[in-house]
Write a protein that binds this ligand. Sequence first.
Ligand SMILES: C[S@@+](CC[C@H](N)C(=O)[O-])C[C@H]1O[C@@H](n2cnc3c(N)ncnc32)[C@H](O)[C@@H]1O
Length: 197
Amino acid sequence: MIPARSAEYRARVASRREALGLELRSLLVGDTGFVWEVGAGHGHFLTAYAAAQKEVTCIGIDIVADRVARAQRKRNRARLERLHFLLAEADDFLACLPETARFSEVYVLFPDPWPKRRHHKNRVMKPSFLEAVAARVGKGGALYFRTDHEPYFREVAASLKGHASWRAEQTDALPFEEPTVFEKRAERHFTLVARRR
Ligand SMILES: C[S@@+](CC[C@H](N)C(=O)[O-])C[C@H]1O[C@@H](n2cnc3c(N)ncnc32)[C@H](O)[C@@H]1O
């Protein structure tokens, strides 16, 4: 592992982000609003979503190459031209978004809960993520979060209470439902919608 502060590490991040930025500029030509799924896994949710909303550009990301490849195969079989799965990390993605790109909806479904406090920094739904997404959500845009890990849910709900950028509430349903791999395994789950103030 390369130490996070080393020049080599910074160079790797810069080159990874440059390639991602180029890819995003080519995918989002002429698009201002799009749907984003973070941690899309095998792509069940977003493939079903894109099949139901063929005119909407959808981008799913994951940090595990096999999962992205599998999701991309699903997308190819379904011939969904406006759906894309990319091997990318959430913070990198946010840092590389073209200036004009805006999220219409963001889905974070069953993210890794990282239950130990010292690992909370690895969670996707952290304060810096909420701020960065808020800066890029278009008018009327929303962030949807679903998990089966109640403490994670409660902490995110608490961090959104009185938030300057988001108005959040617990809900039972997403605007579009398609059970993910983790949802099928979960005994119960908790869902929250946060709308841009
Ligand atoms: C618990 S799985 C859930 C997958 C899928 N959403 C589901 O519900 O079946 C979490 C996924 O998030 C991905 N992931 C974790 N951290 C990520 C990050 N920072 N950026 C993008 N994807 C991430 C993992 O590789 C994994 O596929």
